[in-house]
Design a protein around this ligand. Structure first.
Ligand SMILES: [Zn+2]
Length: 320
């Protein structure tokens, strides 16, 4: 039996068919805007997208175990609703799995995207065989997924691991979540976008609406390019971002004592030196017992980790 994994991102959505840990096949990438065409009726448009995919790839629905979907949002496990999905308002307050499942007549499991990345890396990637780990993905925002005692940990209400919204500076920048000084505002594509006018100069960023640039990455990418080209302000901004991330990870490892931290996402792959900055920060600041056997490494499955996790979630749920 196969599963279908879908990873709905703020800008891009990927879909693939998976077969018990094998390489995802019939892999497709589409703009999320194309997927969520009918505003106000995301369930219908995702259903249409899915049926079209199955038809084009000649996948028989009867050979499927279920569908796993990752979303860039917090979920409420009590109501199965997607809550707080600022990047894709069409999904907000939507019980996507509950509504989509009877339409397609298959189990549909929906989970936070970085939770699925953690599940994918734990089942088939860098975290295989490691029972306590955290995945931290630095993209537009700062996401986290936890595997504790060998299982995905989602908390009492499904909303655990909101690491990006742990408070880093109580007098600091206002975050998209409404709180002040969340770590996401100090290490993410969003924070680099906000810093871009200062780093690159006003002429590079003139006419850009910084708020609208958050999901588009153009300014964060420019800062990374400037750092690689030797711009000292940009290099400082990148290394300082990862130093801040290292401090926040120090707090996380002191609380949870994981064996492994897996870093990933566009900001991490864009600035490979960041891994070393995080390692040095944690290794000089975390409690000795916590850091001695701790490994901090890079994601192995890259942008397919969420798809592996989506398939794994379906298997875990339907095999029960
Ligand atoms: Zn926040």
């Amino acid at each position: 039996m196969k599963t279908i994994g879908i990873d709905i991102g703020a800008t891009k959505t990927v879909i693939a068919s998976l077969d018990n840990g094998g390489e995802p096949y019939a892999f497709r990438k589409v703009p999320s805007a194309a997927l969520l065409t009918s505003k106000g009726n995301a369930v219908d448009s995702i259903y249409a997208f899915l049926m079209d995919y199955l038809n084009v790839e000649a996948i028989d629905k009867d050979t499927l175990k279920g569908i796993g979907i990752g979303v860039p949002a917090v979920l409420d496990s009590n109501t199965q609703e997607i809550v707080s999905c600022p990047n894709l308002p069409g999904l907000d307050r939507l019980a996507l799995g509950t509504l989509l499942s009877p339409k397609i007549n298959l189990p549909v499991l929906v989970e936070n995207d970085v939770n699925l990345i953690a599940l994918g890396e734990h089942s088939f990637g860098r975290g295989k065989g490691i029972d306590n780990l955290a995945c931290i993905f630095v993209g537009s925002g700062l996401g986290c997924g936890l595997i504790l005692r060998g299982e995905l940990y989602t908390g009492a209400d499904g909303a655990a691991a909101e690491f990006g919204h742990t408070i880093f500076d109580p007098e600091g920048k206002i975050c998209g979540c409404g709180a002040q000084g969340c770590i996401e505002m100090y290490c993410s594509g969003r924070s680099l976008t906000l810093a871009a006018p200062e780093i690159l100069g006003e002429t590079e960023t003139a006419g850009k609406n910084l708020g609208a640039e958050f999901g588009r990455w153009s300014l964060a990418r420019k800062v990374i390019e400037a750092a690689h080209a030797g711009n000292s302000k940009a290099i400082d901004a990148m290394n300082t971002s990862f130093y801040h991330l290292g401090l926040a990870i120090t707090n996380l490892v002191n609380i949870l004592n994981p064996r492994l931290i897996i870093l990933g996402g566009g900001i991490v792959s864009g600035w490979p030196n960041g891994l070393q900055v995080v390692r040095e920060t944690v290794n000089t600041r975390a409690r000795t017992v916590v850091r001695d056997r701790l490994e901090i490494d890079i994601s192995m499955l890259g942008d397919k980790a969420g798809l592996y996790g989506a398939a794994r979630l379906v298997e875990l749920t339907t095999d029960k």
